[in-house]
Design a binder for this molecule. Structure first.
Ligand SMILES: NC(=O)C1=CN([C@@H]2O[C@H](COP(=O)(O)OP(=O)(O)OC[C@H]3O[C@@H](n4cnc5c(N)ncnc54)[C@H](OP(=O)(O)O)[C@@H]3O)[C@@H](O)[C@H]2O)[C@H](O)CC1
Ligand code: K
Length: 496
């Protein structure tokens, strides 16, 4: 089985580098390896002898660029080197490799990009620390205007490796070669859209060095949770596969619960029940077959239903209304100590009241699934949670504060656990932005938790499966399609 792919922030990457250097490999060897990998990628992009302009910044990223320039020149390419700053200003390993460049250099603003068949962007990588202005900004502007392909070293210059943010301006690359491990900024938006194809070069950083970085952010992919997906045994009966209860909204707001319920059943929960307000029983009954139905009159009704201990996973929120009654439903669900998924109105009903949920979920696995708007409303008054510029960090802090897994939705959905693990999802499709899509996601999460997946694995698997189903369908997707697409995705995962 493949190991989960760890993503390292620039700070964590520096710790990994330090670990390599402690074990005896000099830093300049890492730089030589990095530059050689960039040169290899360049050779794949242009024909022999092509004109290549390398633009190098003042740090180690520039050093990698100079190594690549030197290699490519030796291999017969017509290479010119533009520096941001003076050649003498390089320090450390970059100063060592700068001495080996045998030809002239020009200032970055004097580099002529017009004849270049390839521009190698080595202005800034993991050391970018502020907004880009002045000569560097003008250089990036010219790279983007040049119209030719750009190969970025480690990160497209201007993209923050931790957050994926554009620090004022950023290079638009056709390809990015990064080293040892991808960075969150390669996956988080908008960074992802600037990178082109990203490849990871092995520069001699071993897996124990990567572990030494302390990184706990992963790409969300089956390697992270496939082993946890249950396969029913020969003697399993339906209640062993879990019983999900989905709370329905009133008579004109019942569709969300049915979407969640259908998804929970499709992902393998043995039994699924919709808990319906009395006035909505008719409309729900008319549209449910394999899914069971029970009348549920508000929080007291929910409390009474939960006397049945076989109900082991709950979905509360979709289309329930932003009201004190919804808050009371959440309180009943939390006190019932069942696996719990909270979305939509369950979260918005606690606008500015996250403190009422603080640690309320400690006793049972809980997942919250806000999009950005719901997240901002829920954590109003909590700058420590809302302010970090990294989406991963915001999700992580929310998870720690609530003792719940936080799924911060979007085109770059982040899943974070209270223990600090986080995953960034990358297989999404814009077609998932359709009414009811989030309700289906809640149902998949609850269906997996009902089958005893731990909350983080359930949430991460559900986000991936949901996205995979949406991407498989493509144009014309509506939420009703999503539960019906789950079997194929599941069969692909389980090989059955
Ligand atoms: N294992 C690896 O991954 C290796 C990667 N390598 C490469 O090293 C870089 C990181 O190198 P570092 O020197 O830390 O950082 P940078 O080269 O990205 O940039 C630092 C310099 O840039 C200046 N800076 C930062 N932001 C700006 C800005 N907005 N405008 C102008 N100048 C800026 C910064 O100046 P300070 O004043 O902040 O100090 C530095 O001068 C990594 O990306 C890889 O490419 C190694 O080669 C080996 C191993
Ligand atoms: K770069």
């Amino acid at each position: 089985m493949n190991a989960p792919e760890l993503l390292l922030t620039p700070r964590e990457m520096r710790k990994a580098d330090a670990s390599v250097i402690r074990s005896g490999t000099p830093g300049v060897t890492l730089m030589q390896n990095a530059g050689a990998a960039v040169a290899d990628a360049a050779r794949e992009m242009v024909s022999p002898g092509a004109r290549i302009v390398v633009l190098a910044g003042p740090g180690q990223n520039g050093g990698d660029g100079i190594v690549a320039a030197t290699r490519l020149r030796e291999q017969g390419y017509r290479v010119s080197l533009g520096l941001l700053g003076k050649r003498e200003a390089f320090s450390g390993d970059a100063a060592l490799v700068a001495r080996e460049w045998p030809s002239d250099v020009v200032a970055v603003d004097g580099a002529n990009l017009a004849p270049a068949e390839l521009v190698i962007d080595a202005l800034f990588g993991g050391g970018l620390s502020r907004e880009i202005e002045g000569a560097a900004r003008a250089a990036i502007d010219r790279i983007n205007m040049s119209g030719g392909p750009v190969l970025a070293v480690d990160l497209p210059s201007g993209i923050d490796g931790e957050t994926g943010a554009v620090r004022g301006i950023a290079v638009r690359a056709a390809r990015t070669v990064t080293f040892a491990a991808r960075k969150p900024g390669h996956y988080l938006l908008p960074g992802r859209t600037f990178c082109g194809d990203v490849t990871v070069a092995d520069i001699g950083v071993g897996s124990s060095d990567l572990q030494a970085s302390g990184g706990r952010t992963y790409v969300n992919a089956p390697a992270l949770w496939r082993e946890a997906i249950p396969r029913p045994g020969p003697s399993s009966h339906k209640y062993e596969r879990g019983h999900v209860l989905v709370a329905s909204g009133g008579a004109t707001r019942t569709g969300a619960a049915r979407l969640a319920a259908r998804a929970a059943l499709r992902i393998g929960a043995g039994v699924v029940t919709v808990a319906s307000p009395p006035e909505a029983l008719g409309v729900n009954a008319a549209q449910l077959t394999a899914i069971m139905l029970r009348g549920c009159d508000g929080p007291e009704g929910l409390h009474a239903i939960l006397a049945d201990e076989r109900l082991n996973a709950l979905v509360v929120g979709p289309a329930l209304g932003v009201t004190a009654v919804t808050r009371a439903m959440v309180a009943v669900a939390a006190q019932a100590r069942r696996r719990l998924v909270l979305d939509a109105d369950a979260l918005t009903s606690f606008e500015g009241l996250a403190s009422e949920l603080h640690q309320g979920f400690r006793s049972a696995p809980t997942v919250i699934t806000p999009h950005d708007g719901e997240f901002t409303r829920l954590f109003k008054g909590h700058p420590d949670i809302l302010d970090p510029s990294s989406k991963v960090e915001r999700a992580r802090r929310a998870a720690a504060y609530l003792s719940a897994v936080a799924v911060l939705k979007g085109a770059d959905t982040v899943i974070a656990a209270p223990d600090g693990r986080a995953a960034i999802n990358a297989n999404g499709t814009p077609y998932l932005g359709t009414a009811g899509s989030g309700d289906v996601l809640c149902g998949i999460i609850a269906g997996l938790m009902a089958q005893h997946l731990p909350a983080f694995e359930a949430a991460a698997a559900a986000v991936w499966i949901h996205a995979e189903a949406g991407a498989a369908f493509g144009a014309g997707l509506i939420s009703e399609d999503l539960p019906e697409l789950i079997p194929e995705v599941l069969q692909g995962l389980l090989g059955a």
